[in-house]
Design a protein. Structure first.
Length: 173
């Protein structure tokens, strides 16, 4: 009798696991992480999406620093680009795992932007990935990064499998 009861418990547990996985299936759409940057308003994650609705953006979360954090996400200017923000206190906390519409993403949180003295400007150090594989590490002035982001440069490259992650900031002339 004990053997049958333990088998029944195992079957019920497996059924519960599979049924919860089906119920938690991602939205009928796709998303790719385009960039992660530090902004005065918080850490900003930019995604290029397809097939997602506004309701799919609710419940987006980010796991870093041993805790889950809520992300606030919106579509940018009625496009398929999604902008998510988390507290700027998350900057410099290392690696993260984020979920948007049930789709998971890994990355590295950027460092807070450097406060520069007179005669210097802020720079970002960054990593470039192609299909998730690190292919380049470089440095660029923050204003150049922000121009590239605003122009849609990162979005175009994301469609080809390229993503960029700010790994730090510093001051230089």
């Amino acid at each position: 009798m004990k053997k049958h009861l333990s088998i029944l418990v195992i079957v019920l547990a497996i059924t519960a696991i599979f049924s919860s996985s089906v119920l938690a299936a991602p939205a009928a759409g796709t998303a790719s992480l385009v960039s992660v940057s530090y902004n005065d308003g918080g850490v900003v994650l930019i995604f290029e999406t397809s097939g997602l609705k506004k309701s799919d953006l609710k419940g987006a979360t980010l796991y870093a620093g041993s805790n889950w954090h809520e992300m606030y996400c919106t579509f940018v200017d009625n496009t398929t680009k999604v902008r998510c923000t988390v507290s700027k206190n998350m900057a410099g906390k290392g690696e993260f795992y984020a979920e948007l519409a049930g789709i998971g993403f890994w990355g590295v949180l950027p460092q807070p932007r450097a406060v520069c003295s007179e005669g210097q400007i802020p720079w970002y150090s960054y990593n470039e990935y192609h299909n998730g594989v690190l292919i380049y590490s470089g440095k660029v002035p923050v204003w150049v990064w922000e121009e590239a982001e605003a122009s849609g440069f990162f979005n175009q490259l994301a469609k080809q499998g390229y993503t960029f992650v700010v790994t730090g900031s510093f001051c230089d002339s």
